[in-house]
Structure formats: structure tokens, C-alpha cells
Design a protein around this ligand. Structure first.
Ligand code: EPU
Length: 336
């Protein structure tokens, strides 16, 4: 086993936080992972590093999941069933699907991270959530080293949520994700306002998967910072879901408050709006800041520490709470 010592994790997390791993190993097969679990179980996992904020050096053995490979399990003339190993880069996988004319995840273009972590927070964007294409998730039980399968139902997917953030948290290392994608008669989702506008401005009336992906890429590039240039983890907060009764009171006070329907009793409000209205959009505190075009995204301008970014997040939560009486929940995993 090639365990390295004192490795900087700066390039392994999209926030670009320079903490060290005392010991570090990159694994590229399920077998290697099983062998490793026989000797060490109390490990810290890192994959694409796109949804974590590291606030200190990692004492545990850091295991970088780098298991690659895509296989076609089955196909008909209408659909294809694929299994993708967890170390595959998400966006590259999406782009490969588009080149093969496999539909279903084109709206999820340019989301940072790897395939193996997409089910954990049920990544979603522009009207699509990954849960709608996942058929199965496979992982190793850390306790026993045995392979375990989760059907879509067993994953208990919700908005930015799944069993892997709740009762199964910390118990499994996800090794592959299986998808069902369409080969023809694709269900295109262009309902999200900005996509429609983008397609119209490009004079596209009958969009292909690639047209949609290109539209999403262009929207994301115009709003969200590129993590290879400015460290960030995408949306730092979840959009809060509150009771409609509470929303109506807020609306009296703040008539322009935007909202999305959720159910007969609950409504979702954009965290980005709350953060912007609290005066944080574009603000910089040392090297930690709030992105100038999307207040939902906290950024590391250069050498911010994870602690500085976490302090900023707490300051935002406090201000939003006192102004709107709404609690902002952090979406990113804080490692402290
Ligand atoms: N808004 C503001 N100020 C801001 C940002 C947003 O007022 O600085 C308000 C606007 O009213 C806007 C509304 O918030 O209309 C919604 O903003 P946007 O359409 O940009 O989407 P979002 O709710 O902020 C969610 C996801 C994103 C995903 C987009 C598009 C969450 C927490 N975030 O953002 O996901 O890309 O929708 O579907 O649900 C991610 O998870 O990393 C991520 C980027």
C-alpha cells in the first residue's frame, strides 16, 4: 500500500483550502479499498472534494477515491443502463453521455465533483435532480468491507438529501452509481426560466441534449465562480423551506421576497436572496468572501483558511436569522 505522509490537500478540495493530511492514499479499485479496510477503518474520505470545507489538518488516514470506469449493463432501443465508478469526474461523465446521445442529466452539466458523491446530496440544478436517473448505488460497508446495494427507493432521496446524509452517514464508501438514461424521445427539461431565455437568444427552437448542456454551461459560467480560478463549493447554504404561514408574515414585511412552491403547507425561499438582502453579496473579509454574482456561494479569493470561511458563514447565518427570523442551513460538509 502506497501511503504517503504530510500531503497538502489544497488541490483535492474545490475551496482550495491548504490543510495537510498526515497520511494519504489514493485507491483505484474496490479490491484495493477492501484490502485497506482490513487494516484501517477509521478513515477520512475525499473524492472530488467539491462539497466540503476543511478547517484543520486531517489526523485520520485520508483515502482519495479514484476508482474509474464506465460500463453499459443493458440497453434497449429506448434506454441504456450504465454503471459508473465513483472516481469518474461528474461533468466529464455528463459530456460523454451527451456525445453518446444519452439523455437525462444534461441539465446537471458543469457541476463540480465526482460521480460517487452525486447521490449523497442528490445534486440538482435547472429543474432536474440526479435521483430521477439513478437506479442503484453500490458501496462498501466500512465495518465489514462487504459490498452493499441501495435501490433508488432505499436511497431515500430528497432535496439536497439522501440516506447517506442521515442514517447511513459515515457507514459506507460509495463505489459506483448506476443510471437509466434515454436513447431517444428524451424528456427535455427547459422549464427553468434562464434555460429558455438562453435557447431563445441562440434561436434554438428544437433543442438537442447538447444545446441544453451548452445553455446550462453558459448560465453557470455567467453566475457561478469557476472553482479552478476562485475556490468555492457551489451553494454554501440550502434554500430554506418554511411554513406558508411564516412566509405570509415575511411577505408583508418584505413584499419582493421570491419563493417556490413546495407543498400545501410549505414554501421554499432562495437563500441567495436572503444573503443578498442582508448586505453580504460581493463582500470580502480578508480572503474569504461572498461571490459578487451569486450570494449563495462563499469563495476563497486566495489563501483563506477554512475557519475564516466558516466564521463568515456563521456571521451570515446570524444576520439572516435576526433580519428574517429564518435559519439558513449549511449545505457544505464542514470538517472541524
Ligand atoms: N437570488 C438573489 N440574489 C443572489 C442569488 C439569488 O436575490 O445573489 C434570488 C433571485 O431571486 C433568484 C433566486 O434567488 O431568482 C434563485 O436563484 P438561482 O436561480 O440562481 O438559484 P438558487 O436557488 O440560488 C439553486 C441551487 C443551485 C443550482 C440553481 C439552478 C440550491 C441550494 N442551489 O440555486 O445549485 O445551480 O438552483 O437550479 O438549491 C449547488 O448546489 O452548488 C448549486 C449551485
Amino acid at each position: 500500500m502506497n501511503i504517503k505522509e504530510n500531503i497538502s490537500l489544497e488541490t483535492y478540495n474545490t475551496f482550495g483550502i491548504a490543510v495537510n493530511a498526515k497520511r494519504f492514499i489514493s485507491v483505484d479499485s474496490v479490491y484495493q479499498l477492501q484490502q485497506l479496510l482490513k487494516i484501517e477503518r477509521d478513515v477520512f474520505l475525499i473524492s472530488g472534494g467539491s462539497n466540503m470545507l476543511l478547517t484543520k489538518d486531517i489526523e485520520k488516514l485520508v483515502v482519495h477515491i479514484n476508482i474509474k470506469g464506465i460500463s453499459i449493463d443493458n440497453e434497449t432501443s429506448d434506454v441504456v443502463y450504465l454503471t459508473v465508478n465513483s472516481g469518474e469526474n461528474w461533468h466529464e461523465f455528463v459530456q460523454w453521455c451527451i456525445s453518446e446521445n444519452y439523455g437525462g442529466i444534461e441539465n446537471l452539466s458543469l457541476i463540480p465533483g465526482n460521480v460517487g458523491t452525486c447521490p449523497i446530496q442528490n445534486i440538482g440544478a435547472y429543474g432536474v435532480e440526479v435521483k430521477d436517473t439513478i437506479t442503484k448505488v453500490e458501496g462498501l460497508a466500512i465495518k465489514t468491507g462487504k459490498l452493499v446495494h441501495f435501490s433508488n427507493e432505499q436511497c431515500k432521496f430528497g432535496y439536497r438529501n439522501s440516506i447517506f446524509k442521515n442514517e447511513a452517514k459515515g457507514k459506507y464508501i460509495l463505489t459506483s452509481v448506476s443510471f437509466r438514461l434515454t436513447k431517444r424521445n428524451h424528456t427535455l427539461n427547459t422549464s427553468y426560466g434562464a434555460i429558455e431565455t438562453e435557447l431563445i437568444s441562440n434561436k434554438i427552437t428544437h433543442p438537442t441534449l447538447k444545446n441544453i448542456s451548452d445553455a446550462v454551461i453558459s448560465i453557470r459560467k455567467s453566475k457561478l465562480p469557476d472553482p479552478t480560478k476562485i475556490g468555492n463549493s457551489g451553494s454554501f447554504f440550502k434554500n430554506p423551506v418554511i411554513p406558508i404561514s411564516q412566509f405570509l408574515l415575511l411577505q408583508k414585511e418584505f413584499p419582493t421576497i421570491p419563493s417556490y412552491p413546495v407543498s400545501d403547507t410549505e414554501i421554499k425561499i432562495p437563500a441567495g436572496w436572503l444573503v443578498e438582502q442582508s448586505g453580504f453579496k460581493g463582500k470580502r473579509f480578508g480572503d474569504a468572501g461572498v461571490h459578487k454574482r451569486q450570494a449563495l456561494v462563499l469563495v476563497n479569493y486566495n489563501h483563506a483558511s477554512g475557519k475564516e470561511i466558516y466564521e463568515l458563514a456563521k456571521k451570515i447565518q446570524k444576520t439572516v436569522k435576526s433580519k428574517f427570523r429564518v435559519s439558513l442551513e449549511i449545505e457544505v460538509n464542514i470538517i472541524d
